[in-house]
Structure formats: C-alpha cells, structure tokens
Design a protein around this ligand. Structure first.
Ligand SMILES: [Zn+2]
Length: 258
C-alpha cells in the first residue's frame, strides 16, 4: 500500500507541472482505493487510550501557515451565495467538522488548496475554486492554521456556513488511530475551540456524517443542488475521519468536558 500512497502524492505534486487541475471525481476515485484498508480500523478498541484521562490538557499552539484567502474573497462570496443564499464570508462557528487528508503529506495538501481545483457546483457541473480548511494537524501533532477562525472555509460541503473544518494528516482511519500524539492533539484542539466558541457536544461532527446529510446533520444546507439538496450524491460519499475516531473523540469529550 506504500506504493499506492506515493502514487497519490505523486499525482498531486505532478499536477503542478503537467495537469494543473483535477476534479472531485478524481479525488473520489483515489479515496476509494483506500476503503478496503480503512476496515483495519476495526483492530483498534472502541474506546480512546486510557492514558488520555490522566494527560493534563494543553492549550494548543496554532502555527500560522495561512492560505492566500484574501485573494479568494470574491470567489467565496459567490460560493456562499450559490450554496447557502448568504454571501457573507465571515464565520460565527457553531459546528466543528473533523476530516483526514487521505494523503500523508501536509505540504501536498496545502499546495492543492493553494492551487485550486474543479469542485462540485451542486447539480450544475463543476466550477474552478479553492477548497480550504481552518486547521491541519500533522502526524507529530503540530497544529497549523490555514485560515482565521472568523472566516468561512469550503472544506465541508453542506455546512461551510457554520463549521470550522479540521484536517488530520492520515491516509485512512487506521493510520490516524495508530498515532496517539496526533489524536491527543486533535482532542485538545476540539476542547479549546468548543470553549472558545461555546460549541455544544452535538456540534462536533464528522465529514462522513455531513455527507449523509440533513437527517444526520440538521444544519446541512445546499441551495445549489436541486436534485439531491439534502445530502451528498452517492458518488461523492465521504468516509473521513471514521466512526472509531469519532467514538473516541465523543466519549473523551463526555468524560473530559471543555
Ligand atoms: Zn473531509
């Protein structure tokens, strides 16, 4: 599977010179390659490592690695107008959406955000734009900030009007769960942001839950897809960051509230 990871990373990097854009369909077909491996997350216990309860909480350090979001202001106003009928780009967060990157290079992910891609435009084809998230937590647990928290991102289609999005650098759920430092770092980040923005436990959601739509995440909204307005179309289903990770996070927060 090592080779497959390199292919993914290579494709992203190679896209700079040879092929400047790639589509959501490309991303999805690459993500699907990791599905059989993701099942291995089942070898992890259903509860988070017990040592987390005795670890003193640490206020996270957010290391600035900002995307050129100011350059995208007009693009984002149009995006939020199309999908949410609300062209404001300021964010008042009431949700925190968790993700993993599917690739093991934080730099490749940052570069792909910076470069832009063709992204889904509801049932009206695709449109060139810039995907972004607020935070990216690398394998060592370092927390990079890519966007200010008072700015809307485009990382979680359907809830971007309300959500802070957090990427964790991992190829799949099993890969993520194998690194306690990174998982612990993500727990501290979520605690910090819940406290800072007064976000309740039910506001902590997974990208795969967002993709299941309004029945799972009531805040889901998309005015720009008249065919499937309340969830992701089947071909765009998401799997990150996985049910075991979310079970760990939720039970940890219940026992150690912010
Ligand atoms: Zn995601």
């Amino acid at each position: 599977m090592r080779a497959a990871r390199w292919l993914w990373a290579g494709l992203m990097v190679g896209a700079v010179a040879a092929q400047p854009v790639y589509t959501n369909t490309d991303i999805h077909s690459l993500k699907s390659r990791y599905l059989p491996k993701a099942i291995r997350a089942s070898r992890f216990p259903p509860s988070y490592p017990a040592l987390f309860d005795s670890k003193p909480y640490q206020t996270p350090k957010y290391v600035a690695w900002m995307l050129p979001f100011q350059d995208w202001a007009d693009e984002y106003r149009a995006y939020f107008d199309r999908h949410y009928h609300d062209p404001r780009i300021q964010l008042q967060p009431s949700l925190i959406c968790m993700h993993y990157t599917v690739t093991d290079s934080a730099e490749a992910v940052w570069n792909s955000f910076n470069r832009g891609c063709y992204m889904s435009n509801g049932n009206k084809g695709s449109v060139f734009g810039h995907v972004s998230v607020h935070l990216m937590i690398d394998q060592a647990g370092t927390v990079y900030q890519l966007l200010p928290f008072d700015r809307r991102c485009t990382g979680a289609y359907g809830v971007n009007h309300k959500a802070i999005s957090i990427e964790m650098v991992a190829s799949d759920e099993g890969d993520l769960l194998s690194r306690t430092r990174q998982v612990w770092s993500s727990f501290c980040v979520v605690r910090d942001l819940m406290k800072r923005y007064n976000i309740p436990a039910q506001g902590i959601i997974a990208h795969y839950e967002v993709s299941q739509g309004k029945t799972v995440v009531p805040d889901y909204l998309d005015y720009n897809d008249t065919e499937v307005p309340d969830r992701y179309p089947e071909k765009y289903a998401r799997y990150d960051p996985g049910p075991t990770y979310m079970g760990w996070l939720r039970s940890y927060l219940q026992k150690n509230p912010p």
